[in-house]
Design a protein around this ligand. Structure first.
Ligand code: ADP
Ligand code: MG
Length: 347
């Protein structure tokens, strides 16, 4: 299986009179991992829901395999939706179903597989996310982190070509977040699926994706190779990456620019951008990530259009071999990882 390109052009979404974002144009390159950043309430979740056809935009197109999701009929949309695996913010599990049935649900709904075949797949995915043994638990009986992992297992059972993650790391401790990030990279190595991760976690943005976008002030402020955003001197980017108060982003909504400028002046010299971190590599034993090679070719071809600091950062990254997070025994997302892998921590 190889990933598929998702080409979004001129997308605009409003709810009644309230415009959420306008003219969003980006291409998720086939099989690559991309991250979407943005202050809370800028419409990142709305964007993911629009991508899978749950919400209708007023303008623009979303092309997948030559079909425009915005304009196709219901039955085509139903077929195209099967290409997607989505991990919603809270896992979106059915409260009255145990974890096994929740994870088996898409297989029973969309395939003609026998219960024996379904069991093999469900157990495999539950093993992958560290939930084996928890089949009979109800969503109400488990922690937020376990719900996310169950949601991830459910997102994976149909072997999706496109994986969308809505803040997979919110509510997870830093160790679990690191494991989850490693799992995403390992999945990408194994399946070459096109991934889009919405996150607030700076470390995730710095180490996981090949491409980063930023939704800001109702527009896609930026979308490109990770080095482009991570070396950008835009105040909003520096504020985001450093997680600081001074800058264009306010608490309740985006500040007016006069106030932002006043604060920047009062704060004086602010720290610049954090240093670029090496990218996470797949765990030992995983297949070579095809997307890494395709991305390198793609970025080389667009190099001359990129700002000088971005070009420098990209060239430097070639000399730094990416490293997996763990090099010991197979990593785990389970609640109680073996103590030789990581100290015992619960979520
Ligand atoms: N179904 C809906 N109907 C009306 N407004 C909505 C709906 N879904 C989201 N919104 C609004 O869209 C805006 C963006 O929401 P959301 O995508 O959840 O932001 P983010 O995920 O970036 O934090 C919010 O103001 C929210 O209230
Ligand atoms: Mg959201």
């Amino acid at each position: 299986m190889t990933g598929v390109e998702v080409k979004v052009e001129g997308l605009t979404k409003s709810f009644g009179p309230a415009n959420i974002w306008s003219d969003v144009t980006l291409t998720l390159p086939a099989g690559e991992v991309s991250v979407l950043l943005g202050p809370s309430g800028t419409g990142k979740s709305v964007f993911l829901k629009t991508l899978i056809g749950l919400l209708k935009p007023e303008k623009g197109s979303i092309m997948i395999h030559g079909t425009d999701l915005v304009r196709c009929n219901e039955s085509t949309l139903y077929e195209i939706r099967k290409l997607f695996g989505v991990l919603f913010q809270d896992g979106a599990l059915f409260g009255s179903m145990n974890l096994y049935d929740n994870i088996a649900f898409p297989l029973r709904e969309h395939t003609r597989k026998s219960e024996t075949q379904i069991r093999d797949i469900v157990f495999e995915k539950m093993e992958l996310v560290g939930l084996r043994g928890d089949e009979n638990k109800l969503p109400g009986e488990i922690s937020g982190g376990m719900k996310k992992r169950a949601g991830l297992a459910r997102a994976l059972v149909l072997e999706p070509e496109i994986l969308l993650f809505d803040e997979p790391d919110s509510g997870l401790d830093p160790v679990r977040t690191a494991y989850l990030n490693q799992t995403i990279i390992d999945l990408n190595a194994q399946t070459d699926s096109t991934c889009l991760i919405v996150t607030h976690d700076i470390n995730t943005a710095q180490t996981v994706p090949g491409n980063i976008g930023l939704l800001y002030r109702k527009h896609l402020a930026m979308f490109g190779p990770r080095e482009q955003l991570l070396t950008s001197e835009e105040p909003v980017v520096a504020q985001f990456l450093n997680g600081r108060r001074q800058g264009p982003i306010g608490m309740s909504e985006e500040k007016d620019s006069a106030q932002a400028e006043r604060e920047m002046a009062e704060a004086g010299e602010l720290e610049g951008l954090p240093p670029l971190k090496p990218q996470l590599a797949a765990s030992p034993g995983m297949p070579d990530r095809q997307a890494v090679h395709r991305r390198r070719e793609r970025v080389e071809a667009m190099m001359h259009e990129l700002p000088e600091p971005t070009q420098r950062a990209i060239r430097e990254s070639y000399d730094r071999a990416p490293e997996p997070m763990v090099t010991g025994p197979r990593h785990t997302l389970a609640e109680d990882p073996p103590t030789d892998v990581y100290p015992r921590i619960r979520d």
